[in-house]
Design a protein around this ligand. Structure first.
Ligand code: HMG
Length: 391
């Protein structure tokens, strides 16, 4: 039994792609004012995977430094959250397990519920650690957000992975027990099995998200959660950074607080620093926000952070975490900035070529030319089998 043992995020590392598309290139292509992207949705650029990158290579890249720092001996479970899976049966985490040489005495599983499943993975991990506090769980959230070319959704693409080591006595953030949940059966965003790009009702998705914020918060407070003014910052799921502003404004108004822009920026501004450059990374997005907050805010020791995780369809959860003394010594701020800063800018033609590219479903031999400078790559599809390699 774990009693009141604190459990939470012991380490957190993010990875993104080889390429980046600037909004100037998209705006020039479709005749939109770039101000709409920069100010209207609050985005600066979008991460674009090379042909030999995917959710597995990003996940392995994010998780490798975590395993290098802590070892793998205590990792008994790998939970891989994604909504852009590479296989209908095999868990993507098994490729990561293999690339990182994790112990065979481990379980590996994949979770799906749109952008929410990263949080489901974290909560399930906490449950496992409660049962056996000697074990650690490697939680990975990795996604490539893709919409059809020429649609409104195209401007809200992106890609990234976050790896989190979850365990007892965490070095970064203790996750508190109370959670507020909200589920509603709606078709705001979805991707049928026969499509490689998501379908979305943009306006409907924004109002569904805002409704879910209220629903999850209501359940959280009814279960004895903290009061709004006890939080020093809030991490929201960020399909685009302006959505976090809309969400926090909604929460403040719902609670009868004045929703002054300066107060909203104070509460969430730091969380948007990486998402504005990366774009929507679905399951990883809220945890990319947490990484940015920890990397950029002044000392947060002992302070409470509110988390609002939303996944279309829809499921939302509000929960709280407390930042642990000494957390700053554990941060990977430089590596995170470098992962974003080293992406190579591509033009619209290259972006379009990558967007339209996919493997033929003929069971043939399809090697992928080396493009990524990252440590792991997709070497190809051979007889319907994906083959990954370390550089
Ligand atoms: P749109 O029709 O391209 O844009 O859709 P718009 O006309 O609504 O404009 C967007 C904002 O830019 C507006 O601000 C405009 O006023 C402003 P707002 O009214 O919202 O405050 N604007 C400008 N600002 C400055 N200068 C200008 C200018 N022009 C306009 N010149 C939309 C935008 C986000 C809906 C679209 O890109 C989309 O459908 N994206 C995909 C769906 C999405 O991201 N939904 C978010 C909520 S659902 C969610 O978060 C879940 C999700 O991550 C999936 C999952 O769970 O798996 C998506």
């Amino acid at each position: 039994m774990s009693g009141n043992l604190p459990i939470g995020i012991h380490d957190l590392s993010l990875a993104t792609t080889q390429y980046v598309l600037m909004y100037e290139a998209l705006a020039a292509q479709n005749g939109t004012s770039v101000a709409k992207y920069h100010w209207g949705i609050g985005q600066r650029s979008m991460s674009v995977p090379a042909a030999d990158e995917d959710i597995v290579t990003m996940a392995a890249q994010a998780a490798a430094p975590v395993v290098a720092r802590h070892g793998a001996d205590r990792i008994r479970t790998v939970v891989f959250a994604t909504e852009t899976s590479v296989d209908q049966s095999k868990a993507a985490g098994i490729y990561v397990h293999s690339l990182l040489g994790l112990p065979s005495a481990a379980r590996v599983v994949e979770l799906k519920q749109a952008c929410y499943s990263g949080t489901a993975a974290l909560q399930f991990a906490i449950g496992l650690v409660h049962r056996d506090p000697s074990q650690q769980v490697l939680v990975i959230a990795s996604d490539v957000s893709r919409y059809e070319l020429g649609t409104a959704g195209e401007a809200t693409q992106g890609a990234a992975a976050v790896a989190m080591l979850v365990g007892a006595d965490p070095a970064l953030v203790r996750i508190e027990e109370q959670s507020g949940m909200f589920t509603a059966d709606i078709m705001d965003f979805w991707r049928p099995n026969y499509l490689t790009t998501a379908l979305v009702d943009g306006r409907e998705s924004i109002s569904a998200y805002l409704q879910a914020v209220e629903g999850a918060w209501k359940d959280y407070t009814e279960r004895g959660g903290r009061a709004l003014d006890e939080f020093s910052a809030f991490c929201y799921h960020q399909p685009f950074t302006k959505m976090a502003y809309k969400a926090h404004r909604q929460l403040l108004q719902h609670c009868g607080h004045a929703a002054a822009e300066a107060e909203i920026t104070r509460a969430i501004g730091h969380t948007t620093a990486y998402n504005a450059e990366i774009g929507n990374s679905y399951t990883a997005s809220m945890y990319v926000g947490l990484a940015a907050l920890l990397d950029h805010a002044d000392d947060l020791t002992g302070q409470a952070i509110g988390f609002l995780s939303y996944g279309s369809g829809s499921v939302a959860e509000f929960f709280a975490g407390t930042v642990v003394p000494g957390y700053r010594a554990q941060l990977r701020s430089e590596a995170h900035r470098e992962a974003i800063g080293r992406r190579k800018e591509i033009d619209y033609a290259k972006y379009r070529e990558l967007h339209e590219w996919s493997f033929p479903a003929d069971g043939g031999e399809h090697p992928v030319p080396r493009e990524t400078a990252g440590p792991y790559r997709l070497a190809g599809l051979f007889g319907h089998k994906r083959v990954y390699a370390a550089r």
